[in-house]
Design a protein around this ligand. Structure first.
Ligand code: HEM
Length: 121
């Protein structure tokens, strides 16, 4: 990997991020544990805001314009189990998008700090 470029560039930029996010939504759609949380959610908005967030945590040229993780996930009573399951679905999504594992780890490391802002709220 090229240490002078951002993780976002190493991933392949906007088109790869949108491929990951599309795959992730498919994974959720086929997961009977996680899908119920998304009943009534605005999926187009979810895709757009999650793409921005992944772009930001990989040092891409984006700004996050969504609500805070705490605002969004409050009232869902997300458990450790469901959080971990959702991370697994994101890993599946990145595998299907052929994202190399060292890069997957960088994406996950960027998102990991959000965990404390969504569990048991
Ligand atoms: C890595 C962990 C996660 C990240 C980075 C993440 C990120 C996001 C983002 C960026 C949004 C859109 C915010 C907005 O619309 O302003 C969102 C919405 C949502 N998230 Fe998460 N999320 C995570 C984990 C979870 C988990 C574990 C669940 C439930 C099991 C969940 C359920 C939802 C739902 C249902 C919405 C849509 C809310 C709505 O449109 O009404 N998320 N999430």
């Amino acid at each position: 990997t090229n240490s002078s470029s951002t993780v976002y560039e190493q991933l392949g930029g906007a088109s790869k991020v949108s491929e990951i996010v599309d795959n992730f939504v498919w994974e959720i759609e086929y997961d009977e544990q996680i899908l119920p949380y998304f009943e009534g959610a605005n999926i187009d908005r979810f895709k757009q805001k999650l793409s921005e967030q992944i772009c930001v945590v990989t040092n891409g040229p984006c700004e996050y314009t969504g609500d805070t993780m705490q605002q969004v996930h409050t009232g869902m009573n997300i458990t450790e189990h469901h959080f971990n399951r959702t991370v697994d679905l994101l890993i599946n999504a990145m595998n299907k998008a052929n994202v190399p594992h060292p890069l997957q780890n960088k994406v996950l490391k960027g998102l990991a700090p959000t965990r404390k802002d969504m569990l048991y709220l």
